[in-house]
Design a binder for this molecule. Structure first.
Ligand SMILES: [Ca+2]
Ligand SMILES: [Ca+2]
Length: 437
């Protein structure tokens, strides 16, 4: 791994930062029956909880999806306005069909459930967990393109000037292609919302019939295979249908975790439909369902030196603090640019760099705030200089000797992931004993 870092004098001083992660709490006993010990049990038990919701009509003189969405998608700063999904525009609530905004099926209706005639009781078509208010032109441009990162040669659909700068990547939506062969990349602050709506649709719709109305429901599934997505685009309601792209959705879920506005949206929809989006409440279940990372518990048996064998000579020291629920990490690496001629190192070589990081952990995951340590000396009583946060690490343990570390250093323009293992394996058995407790 190469890092572009500021040239600074560094030392081993460990700086403690407040954890940035506030772990979501389940809503009362709503999830009491969940069994998250495997992807299969989690899927089954979650489906049972969110199944058989109350359906509201798509359009009606009674309460309909317009009414629910205009409450769910209200502008947090101005309750008489709504915020649109892709463009992030504010509009005064108009409801019921207007020239500015309409309703976006984030899981396109053409993938499994296009027919919403009155007799069909089409539950996914009217499910407001996956419906969002959208500018009509952006909705039309998105069409039924699968969600996927759009890296080159794509057309920009910026967010409104008040809230974005329209530059790649992140602050704009991007698209290319058409229909199933196309892609639509959601801008950075809503991409996680969309990912979690897709995960919800997969788990909510498992085929069979609605437990109260008896209406038949499709089994909706997520995939990275466009031919599967296209296979159910028949113009009819299908028993099995597909959407994607799963890998981008998993990345977007990590990049844009649930925030206050998304949690409020979940509450509003739950107050009508009677079911919740579990992935807004408990984001860590996504890793269990789609990556089979379910039951591993971070424990003090992980305390050790870790490294990537491909870049031996640099690495990580991990210290788990079980009583604090915190994980402390020191990352020893090198500057990618040669140091100034004549630069003096306080410890080691001038190109050595130490990052330190601290944060909360839960289950198999930890999210750490990173700082570049500098300014302290072992033989000098002067207090170390504190640094502004430098970025984040996400640690995902897949066992007692397998760790995926994702790093993001915005100031240096660097992000990526590294697969790590221990330098020596003596403590693996201790970890396995503690993980089994
Ligand atoms: Ca978001
Ligand atoms: Ca499904």
């Amino acid at each position: 791994m190469k890092l572009r870092l500021p040239r600074r004098r560094v030392c081993l001083a460990l700086l403690l930062l407040q954890p940035l992660l506030a772990l979501a709490q389940p809503a009362d006993d709503y999830y009491a029956s969940v069994d998250a010990s495997s992807p299969e049990t989690l899927r089954t038990t979650l489906h049972e909880i969110i199944d058989d919701h109350t359906r509201y009509p798509y359009t009606s003189f009674e309460t309909d999806t317009w009414d629910i969405l205009e409450e769910a998608d209200r502008d947090p700063d101005d309750s008489v306005r709504i915020l649109t999904l892709y463009r992030n525009n504010r509009y005064v609530r108009r409801g019921g069909g207007n020239e500015n905004y309409n309703r976006e099926h984030s899981w396109p209706r053409s993938y499994g459930f296009p027919d919403n005639d009155g007799a069909s009781l089409n539950y996914p078509f009217t499910d407001t967990h996956a419906l969002f208010l959208s500018d009509a032109d952006y909705n039309s441009a998105r069409s039924n393109k699968p969600y996927e990162d759009c890296l080159e040669g794509c057309v920009e659909y910026p967010v409104s000037a008040a809230s974005g700068d329209g530059t790649y990547a992140g602050r704009s939506n991007w698209t290319d292609g058409e229909f199933t062969d196309g892609r639509w990349e959601v801008w950075d602050q809503r991409r996680g919302d969309i990912a979690r709506a897709m995960f919800y649709m997969d788990i909510r719709y498992e085929g069979g019939a609605h437990g109260v109305s008896g209406a038949s429901e499709p089994d909706l599934r997520l995939t990275n295979d466009r031919s599967l997505i296209d296979s159910a685009r028949t113009g009819r309601n299908e028993p099995v249908a597909w959407m994607g792209m799963l890998d981008s959705l998993l990345a977007w879920h990590r990049e844009d975790p649930p925030d206050h506005a998304e949690r409020l949206r979940n509450e509003v929809i739950a107050s009508y439909q009677g079911n919740r989006n579990p992935f807004v409440d408990e984001p860590q279940w996504v890793e269990c369902l789609y990556l089979a990372l379910c039951s591993f518990q971070i424990n003090a048996g992980l305390n050790d030196a870790w490294y990537d064998p491909a870049t031996a000579g640099q690495g990580f020291f991990i210290t788990v603090l079980p009583q604090q629920g915190q994980l402390l990490l020191a990352h020893f690496t090198f500057d990618s640019e040669p140091p100034d001629p004549g630069a003096r190192a306080n410890l080691g070589a001038t190109e050595h760099r130490w990052f330190t990081a601290l944060g909360a952990y839960e289950g198999a995951e930890a999210r750490l705030a990173v700082t570049l340590a500098s300014g302290g000396l072992f033989d000098d009583p002067t207090p170390v200089q504190r640094e502004t946060p430098y970025g984040h690490y996400e640690l995902l343990f897949r066992g007692c000797n397998e760790l995926l570390l994702r790093y993001e250093f915005p100031a240096a323009g660097r992000s990526g992931e590294i697969a790590l293992q221990r330098v020596v394996t003596d403590n693996v058995s201790l970890c396995e004993a503690l993980a089994g407790e």
